[in-house]
Design a protein around this ligand. Structure first.
Ligand SMILES: *Cc1c(COP(=O)(O)O)cnc(C)c1O
Length: 421
């Protein structure tokens, strides 16, 4: 099946006479005929749902769909994108370990890596993703266990050279985790370029309608966890009578461990209702993402010609620094997210924002409705000026998430707000 078809038909398969839409299994528990069967579930020797902190049939259908969209062997949904990033890391690293991450990533992830994980004893070195392989290699240490980057960085709108990152990670025998939130599997599938694990904030385009916060981790099934660096995969897990993930679960070792060990202990599993809403979004994802990309391209071209605009960041523009990478990694479009800077002071940017009538001023992005955000005074408020610049953000930068309204209405709104400065 092609990806548009998968969005509609993967995951849930109705039985004869069954509901055509994915049912919401609103139940915490699952009934079995024998104690023996339940015992096997606890030993991880039988398949089946046990408790909705670990799995649920509605959520499982969505997991299967997303795994298929990304081309992975399995997926685990989480209550938020943050929970997905956290669990993707904790599944590999423990206190005393180290991550190498691109510096141009989501502000919340920077905070997670630089502050919260540090308290857990996990250190992170941020690198300029555009630096050479040799330069990036210098950040590696003996205890480096994972590398992290974002396909299209939020809010810098830079494009990650996934093959370069994968080659550095694999030379060091560690996995590459890619946050594919903005691109979605419609525009880019990082596994095709060597990434090992993909995470998403499904809150953005996948949900699309701004109704449900969520996240997902997808496993490519390709990384070799038995290379000697990842003993939690190759040594018995005491909490499951000595299960050895790499032996018992083969190429699904990573995603199984994340579910049965971390999800069991951390408890960040979404509700059936949340998964139902996410599935509605996934069904129309290809059509929406294509239109978002088309509209954004037109807005980027419009903004690019304006005197009051200092610069426009959109990888679809020919002169953009990331255009060549975009042609390789994002041939179908660059998503709906643009960033640009209004000339002059920070106040000019605020004046522009406050003059918009159609575009909503919200702390959100990748919504069906056009929305704007000023990162320096909202999402990235807790970062210092130098961290801001390292994340590719200038104080006057505006992030514009182009929606699905008629393009003429979107451009008219921008035109009148610019005139107001
Ligand atoms: C929003 C976002 C996150 C965090 O996701 P939540 O669902 O808000 O927890 C992570 N990565 C990227 C790229 C994001 O845009």
């Amino acid at each position: 099946m092609k990806i548009e078809t998968k969005c509609l038909h993967e995951g849930y398969k109705p039985e004869n006479g069954g509901t055509n839409a994915l049912p919401i299994y609103q139940s915490t528990t699952y009934r079995y005929d024998s104690t023996e069967h339940i015992g096997k579930l606890f030993d991880l020797t039988a398949d089946g749902h046990m408790y909705s902190r670990i799995s649920n049939p509605t959520v499982a259908a969505v997991e299967e769909k997303i795994a298929s969209l990304e081309g992975g062997v399995g997926a685990l949904c989480t209550t938020s994108g943050q929970a997905a990033s956290l669990i993707s890391i904790l599944n590999i690293l423990k206190a005393g370990d180290h991550i190498v991450s691109s510096s141009t990533i989501y502000g919340g992830t920077i905070n997670l890596f630089a502050v919260t994980l540090k308290r857990f004893g996990i250190e992170c070195t941020f690198v300029d993703p555009d630096a050479s392989e040799n330069e990036i290699q210098k950040a590696f240490k003996a205890n480096t266990k994972a590398m992290f980057g974002e396909t299209i960085a939020n809010p810098a709108i830079s494009v990650l050279d996934i093959e370069k990152f994968a080659s550095i990670a694999h030379r060091n025998n560690i996995p590459l985790i890619v946050d594919n939130t903005f691109a979605t599997p419609i525009l880019c599938r990082p596994f095709e370029f060597g990434a090992d694990i993909v995470v998403h904030s499904t809150t953005k385009y996948m949900d699309g309608h701004a109704v449900q916060v969520g996240g997902v981790i997808v496993d490519s099934g390709k990384f070799d966890w038995t290379n000697g660096k990842f003993t939690e995969f190759t040594e018995p897990d005491e909490s499951y009578h000595g299960v050895v993930y790499s032996e018992n679960f083969g190429n699904a070792a990573y995603i199984t461990k994340a579910r049965v060990q971390l999800m069991r202990d951390l408890g960040a599993y979404p509700s059936a209702n949340a998964a139902f809403l996410l599935n509605l979004g996934l069904e129309t994802l290809p059509v929406r993402v294509e239109r978002h990309s088309e509209n954004a391209m037109k807005v980027a071209e419009y903004l690019n010609g304006l005197d009051k605009v200092e610069f426009v960041n959109y990888p679809g523009l020919k002169e953009n620094k990331y255009h060549v990478l975009a042609e390789k990694y994002l041939p179908k479009g660059c998503s709906g997210v643009i960033s640009f800077s209004i000339k002059g002071s920070r106040e000019n940017a605020v004046k522009f924002m406050d003059s918009l009538k159609l575009a909503s001023n919200v702390v959100h992005v990748a919504d069906i409705r056009t929305c704007v955000l000023h990162p320096a005074s909202s999402t990235h408020r807790q970062l210092t000026d130098s961290q801001l610049l390292a994340a590719g953000i200038t104080p006057g930068l505006i992030r514009l998430s182009v929606g699905l309204e008629n393009i003429d209405d979107i451009i008219d709104d921008i035109k009148q707000a610019i005139a107001n400065i």
